[in-house]
Design a protein around this ligand. Sequence first.
Ligand SMILES: [Zn+2]
Length: 305
Amino acid sequence: MTRKIIKQSVLFVALVTACAVLILYPGAGLALEGKDVLKVTFLNVHQGDAELIQTPDGKVILIDAGQSGNKYRPFDGGKDVVLPFLKKEGIKKIDMAVVTHPHDDHVGGMVSVLASNIKVDNILDSGLDYSSGGYGKYIKLIKEKKINFRIPKKGEVLDWGDRVTAQVIAPQVPLEKRMYRSPNNNSIVIRMDYGDVSFLFTGDCEQEEEREILNSGVRTKVNVLKVGHHGSETASSPPYYYHTDPEVVVICVGKRNKFDHPHWKTEKLFRETGVDIYRTDYNGDITITTDGKTYEIITGSEEEK
Ligand SMILES: [Zn+2]
């Protein structure tokens, strides 16, 4: 059963009423629609990440695409989740695909996406060379299809269309100086603002990169935080988490995964702050629509879990 929650952002309410009251209208069912709506869908790709952003002027951005499939583990985030979703939405072109880092649960499914009829205009990649089968196939397809491939510069502002501000806030260190670090802590981290509503897409960023973000002094306070590294104990350190100070956290995680993600300590931290917690293993696909003032969260059906 689909559940709908409509929220008014704290910032917007503060502007109107001068007090930070969070208004909740459970089950109101007033889906935000129209040309001014931005839509973010956290796709349920089991243990992995995939986020699709549809901007008001029609741009489509895909951040990660879940894992690849093989004969022992046939589920493929790209083939089984991302491509059917794009078809359902009538999407034939992706303006930008972002691969936060080269681990299979992020890049693996991108192979199916690139091999499909979907046209991908640009790829934003962390630049780390990684000798996994999935990553090699992904690079081969980029070359074959002559897709524009870029490694973002520190603080780069991305063209995601009018009224959408997207900025790469990590890594802060140039590629040649960060080769020695783990791929997780080289994740591309992007802050996106649409009016008063903001999101942080974090890939598998862990404490080392979180410190880098904090030390850079960049603005991290957001409404919606995509939790880093599937809610592991090595991510969401309290100083960083308190700075992001979200109203909603989204954990992209597989049911009964072998890593025990999310870690109970991380969940405890979230619960203590009273944030609204959404998880792809419990909620299925999680869609957030916003007109830049308010936002609404729609979760998937029981069947989609
Ligand atoms: Zn991951």
